[in-house]
Write a protein that binds this ligand. Structure first.
Ligand SMILES: C[S@@+](CC[C@H](N)C(=O)[O-])C[C@H]1O[C@@H](n2cnc3c(N)ncnc32)[C@H](O)[C@@H]1O
Length: 332
């Protein structure tokens, strides 16, 4: 899919609204076409982020527990479609699509039914809270900066009712740190699945780490950067097509009594390693520390090369000596 025949002025208006990040701003889906234009552009960029998260979950061999799904603040419903594509529809009885905008609920329902005709999609009336039914998987995407404190708290209460949650947000510092805060609020009842390699308090929130944030980069599919329409999208809206920064959180309720998916000695690489002439620096998060560590090119030449090309993975086992990374094992 490409941004073919979209209304640029609509996308410019939406972009301004998203950048303004005003909690409780009025509904910006003015026509059904707005959702279509979003779905073909911003929505696809969000899909690349979801694909990165869903690939990571596949790599961790994590599957959502049984039960109905709920996509909260569904917009065009891209998160639901990507997640169903990745996990498959088997065992998914019903997916609730919830948004304060009735247009969004309708659009996401229509698109989801076209893509997955065998799944039941329930369009949840705007301005009503989702029904108090158990939720197997809660999907949340790019809503945090549209909510005031009270609505955020309501959403976190909804997460508590779910068996599991996948929550994807932009990779900016404010949203990423807010998501870390949500994670720690939920730790009594939930285990962290990803990106965290442990279910202890988030290292980002400890004193001294205020300047850091937990974020990653998704790559657009082949061909996007060379495509004239995507280039037009990038130029008009000031969006970099090289990568899409994101933050995310996947947690599952402790009541499920599942084994943790990560091992104690695994390290998640945060953001992008900084590559210098003969060394590199990597911010790594594991059960023991959140630490910026140096590695020398001659010790880890392949890792150095992949970091330089920005093609490194995000989960590793590092061997340390004298505070430096000396060996690297990528986990797959
Ligand atoms: C930026 S869009 C993201 C849509 C979709 N989740 C995605 O990732 O593409 C945010 C969505 O949240 C919805 N929203 C904002 N505040 C809401 C609220 N208080 N209750 C329900 N939905 C809300 C908006 O109508 C919009 O559809």
């Amino acid at each position: 899919m490409k941004p073919t025949k979209v209304h640029w002025e609509t996308l410019e208006r939406l972009r301004e609204t998203f950048l303004a990040a005003k909690p409780n701003a009025p509904d910006y889906w003015k026509r059904m076409e707005d959702l279509r234009d979003y779905d073909r552009t911003f929505g696809l960029r969000i899909a690349w982020k979801w694909d990165a998260v869903l690939n990571e979950l596949k790599r961790l061999r994590w599957e959502p527990p049984g039960g109905d799904w709920l996509d909260w603040g569904c917009g065009s419903g891209i998160a639901t479609r990507r997640a169903l594509g990745a996990f498959g529809c088997e065992g998914v009885r019903e997916v609730g699509l919830f948004d304060r905008s009735s247009r969004a609920v309708r659009f996401s329902g229509d698109e989801a039914r076209k893509a997955f005709p065998r799944v039941t999609f329930r369009e949840l009336r705007a301005n009503a809270l989702p029904p108090r039914k158990p939720v197997g998987l809660l999907l949340i995407s790019h809503v945090l900066n549209e909510l005031d404190e009270e609505r955020r708290a309501t959403l976190v209460r909804l997460v508590r009712r779910a068996k599991s949650v996948i929550w994807v947000e932009p990779g900016s510092k404010i949203e990423a740190r807010a998501l870390s805060g949500v994670r720690d609020e939920l730790l009594n009842e939930f285990n962290a699945v990803a990106p965290c390699t442990h279910s202890g308090p988030c290292g980002m929130l400890t004193r001294g780490n205020e300047r850091h944030w937990c974020h990653f980069f998704a790559r657009p599919p082949e061909g996007v950067r060379a495509d004239a329409e995507w280039q037009e999208f990038s130029r008009r809206l000031g969006i970099d097509l090289r990568s899409a920064p994101f933050s995310y959180l996947v947690m599952e309720n402790k009541r499920l009594k599942r084994e943790p998916v990560s091992q104690r000695n695994e390290t998640r690489v945060i953001g992008r390693p900084r590559v210098y002439k003969a060394t590199l620096k990597v911010m790594g998060c594991n059960a023991d520390e959140l630490e910026d560590r140096e590695a020398q090119k001659r010790d880890v030449p392949d890792f150095y090369k992949s970091c330089k090309k920005e093609s490194q993975g995000t989960l590793y086992r590092f061997g340390l000596a004298a505070e430096r990374i000396k060996t690297v094992e990528e986990l797959d």
